[in-house]
Design a protein around this ligand. Structure first.
Ligand code: SF4
Ligand code: FES
Length: 251
């Protein structure tokens, strides 16, 4: 298969970027999208040109490192899945493919397609943990968790922290990410003692990082590779309202 690529090139955070055209030829349909970029980079290096910078690590949809906007869609056209799980057979032969970084004000571009998503780390650092000394792993049945709560906590814990939810949202909102991180702890007994402090701090840092608010467009849910449901945003809002109420009561 042959493809016409339009790739965002930007020297560094302060430079102006632009889309640059490249052709890639004789690509197997079973090549992954990131392998196709590797092939492009090999040919650029062979001809003495600067390769395209992009992020990846596990390349199997679990680490959340890859972060490309493909033809205007965060993670490309094969949802649910991260862009490292996208294969070239998803495109028609001869297709023109536009490749850009995630476009979110809170994720500054480092170079080309590589972005700085440490704003998400700062939200987690604000409260996405339990501070009790938990010791070694307890015997599995010593702390009973209702099946429904355990299932929902596991669903929320599936978030891989990729930031596609913010990239797809017209408001650049990170509420699906924050909702997943808040929910996975608040459904478990270990996370309950700090639930008010956790949600208040995480929402405060989320706002301070410049993410927008949710206006129920559901774009986040549509692109999320971990299938995190937008219903977790309702859970986040309930947790936040509960925390504010209890704070006002002086509890
Ligand atoms: S909620 Fe989904 S899209 Fe957002 S960071 Fe987590 S895995 Fe990525
Ligand atoms: S490289 Fe790890 S999720 Fe894509």
């Amino acid at each position: 298969m042959n493809f016409h690529l339009r790739v965002w090139r930007q020297r560094d955070a302060k430079s102006r970027g632009k889309l640059v055209n490249y052709d890639v030829r004789d690509i197997s349909p079973d090549t992954s999208f990131l392998e196709m970029l590797d092939i492009l980079n090999e040919s650029l290096v062979e001809s003495g040109k600067e390769p395209v910078a992009f992020d990846s690590d596990c390349r199997e949809g679990i680490c959340g490192t890859c972060s490309l906007t493909v033809n205007g869609e965060a993670h490309g056209p094969d949802h649910p899945g991260a862009v490292c799980e996208l294969y070239m057979r998803k495109f028609r032969d001869g297709a023109r493919i536009t490749i850009e970084p995630f476009r979110v004000g809170a994720f500054p571009i480092v170079k080309d397609l590589a972005i700085d998503r440490s704003a998400l780390d700062r939200i987690v650092q604000a409260g996405g943990f339990i501070s009790a000394r938990a010791g070694s792993a307890p015997e599995a049945n010593s702390m009973l968790v209702p099946k429904h709560d355990a299932d929902i906590a596991m669903e929320a814990a599936a978030c891989i922290g990729c930031g596609a939810c913010a990239a797809a949202c017209p408001n650049g909102s990170a509420m699906l990410f924050t909702a997943a991180k808040v929910s996975h702890l608040s459904f478990l007994p270990q996370g309950r003692p700090e639930r008010e402090r956790r949600v208040s701090k995480m929402v405060q840092v989320m706002d301070a990082q410049g993410f927008g608010n949710c206006t129920n467009t559901y774009e986040c849910e549509a692109v999320c590779p971990a299938k995190i449901s937008a219903s977790f945003i309702s859970k986040l809002n309930r947790e936040y309202a509960r925390a504010q109420f209890r704070q006002r009561l002086g509890e």
